[in-house]
Ligand binder design. Structure first.
Ligand SMILES: NC(=O)c1ccc[n+]([C@@H]2O[C@H](COP(=O)([O-])OP(=O)(O)OC[C@H]3O[C@@H](n4cnc5c(N)ncnc54)[C@H](O)[C@@H]3O)[C@@H](O)[C@H]2O)c1
Length: 334
């Protein structure tokens, strides 16, 4: 059996973040420094992340080591991870557009990269948090998706499901190692996260809409726009990461998201209103945008009962406030 450090926050003094130059990873690095982390190792190949995302941490540069590399290419990973307390594994091929354009590469990163991280964490006795996704529920018809909801993904001819399948494999990989007593993993399934440092390039709807609205360009809604989504502020997400890791809730799966839903049509209207834009909404079929190998769930709403009970923390922001914050952020950073 693994020896567990029962001192809550001391298990987060020396931390590894893969994908730490990305949207969620860079926000997480800031949070951990703020909470007193002494040393953060960031591994990122900058394929979708940006080194500028770490600019705000320049004054803390003595605490941060950055390695620009694909995980899969690191020869000395076991040595690199020696002496660390915890690993947040975020590196992955992410985003509907990115996945559809890079199916094989993303599959390999998500499976091979995760397997390599698992082996190195086992070797160094490091607990690992892996970031899975609401996509693993597929098009489940359940009213709300609990961690036990049955997955309804596929068929594999619809290549968009490759992302969900690869993330499910990651979950099996870490949970089977937990079952065998070799690893202390936490699995989180994230539902549409938004906030500062998120880019629009890979198909993320809120930054896409906001950027278009600020330029008075058309907002392109895929399908009829009646599909609903829930959005969660990135600072709430990393608060959950921090609490789950501090509390050492190993061997468990947690949804992280919000229960408030909005249709993509209403989201487009809200963005136009809050940014005082002259943009028009136009419609394109999913097939026109992504080809025939795509399908999309009509709803995607989590049950967050389990994580709220485990951490005592509730998501702090509603959709209009989040959209306003993103408009402010994009105005400052465009
Ligand atoms: N943002 C969301 O709404 C959301 C939803 C569900 C799951 N997730 C998961 O959360 C994690 C972080 O996503 P994000 O939104 O911050 O995306 P992101 O693209 O900003 O972050 C991913 C980071 O990983 C890096 N990376 C990719 N492949 C790599 C490799 N082989 N080796 C090293 N680095 C590599 C990228 O350069 C990037 O910085 C991902 O695992 C993603 O699947 C995100």
């Amino acid at each position: 059996m693994l020896s567990l450090n029962m001192n809550m926050k001391n298990n987060l003094k020396k931390v590894v973040i893969t994908g730490g130059a990305g949207f969620i990873g860079s926000n997480l690095a800031k949070k951990l420094i703020h909470e007193g982390a002494e040393n953060i190792l960031i591994i990122d190949d900058l394929s979708t992340g940006k080194i500028e995302n770490l600019d705000e941490l320049k004054s803390e540069s003595s605490k941060i080591e950055f390695i620009e590399s694909r995980i899969e290419d690191l020869q000395n990973l076991n040595n690199l991870l020696s002496g660390y307390d915890f690993c947040f594994h975020l590196a992955a091929g992410v985003g509907v557009q990115y996945i559809m354009d890079n199916v094989s590469k993303a599959l390999l990163t998500n499976i091979e990269g995760t397997h390599i991280m698992i082996e190195a964490c086992k070797e160094n006795n490091l607990p690992i948090l892996i970031t899975s996704t609401s996509e693993v529920y597929g098009v489940s018809n359940d009213e709300v998706w609990t961690e036990n909801t049955k997955s309804l993904i596929g068929p594999p001819t619809k290549l968009r499901w490759s992302y969900a399948a690869s993330k499910l494999i990651d979950e099996f990989l870490v949970l089977s190692e937990f079952n065998d007593g070799n690893l202390n993993p936490i699995v989180v399934r994230l539902f549409n996260i938004i906030g500062p440092n998120q880019v629009s390039d890979y198909g993320m709807v809120v930054p896409k809409f906001v950027e278009a609205a600020l330029k008075n360009e058309d907002l392109i809604v895929h399908g009829e726009g009646s599909q609903t989504r829930s959005f969660t502020w990135v600072h709430d997400v990393i608060e959950y990461f921090y609490l789950l890791a501090s509390k050492q809730l190993y061997g468990e799966i947690f949804n992280i998201g919000q229960t408030e839903e909005i249709s993509i049509n209403d989201l487009a209207k809200l963005v136009i209103k809050l940014s005082d834009s002259k943009s028009q909404i136009i419609y394109k079929s999913h097939e026109e945008v992504y080809g025939t190998k795509f399908e999309d769930p009509m709803r995607r709403t989590p049950s967050i009962e389990k994580i709220v009970k485990a951490t005592g923390y509730e998501p702090s922001m509603e959709i209009p406030q989040m959209v306003e914050e993103i408009i402010k952020y994009k105005k400052l950073n465009s």
